[in-house]
Write a protein that binds this ligand. Sequence first.
Ligand SMILES: Nc1ncnc2c1ncn2[C@@H]1O[C@H](COP(=O)(O)OP(=O)(O)O)[C@@H](O)[C@H]1O
Ligand SMILES: [Mg+2]
Length: 149
Amino acid sequence: MPQARRSFLSTSPAATEIFAAALARHVKPGSVYALRGGVGAGKTVFARAFARSLGIRRQLHSPTFVLVSQYDIRGRRLKRLYHVDLYRLRRLGLEDRLAIQEVMPDRKGVVLVEWPERVWRWLPSSAVVIDFSVRGLTTRQIVVRRKRR
Ligand SMILES: Nc1ncnc2c1ncn2[C@@H]1O[C@H](COP(=O)(O)OP(=O)(O)O)[C@@H](O)[C@H]1O
Ligand SMILES: [Mg+2]
């Protein structure tokens, strides 16, 4: 698990994928990861590699109309991954809110949230926040810390 704050420079999509795989290896059921950063920052690249590392064969997509996608995992303790992408969400309706709160937290699941600012209040304080920033054509700074508040 991350210490107070860890920062590193990824110089290729493959490096971001290796980073995601390393985090996935230590994932605990019930974890929530908030993936922050603008369009093209690398959130989905990270999420895909994370899912693959958990043995998910189905390609992770950011669906147009669904806020929460569920991917089943054949693990002993970890049973599913939820990918929440709130990019298209302008106003949060009650149904959206219920859909998100239903999966967070899930004792046997792990949640990845893109555009977490939109539901910040509902993220548990134990959430791991990962900030992606574009630093060049193929360079991304990735900062990991705890949410806490
Ligand atoms: N170091 C890097 N890490 C991640 N993605 C990178 C990197 N360098 C270039 N890219 C590219 O940036 C884009 C990131 O897209 P995506 O992950 O969909 O962004 P987001 O989900 O944050 O909007 C991809 O086209 C990817 O190939
Ligand atoms: Mg994305």
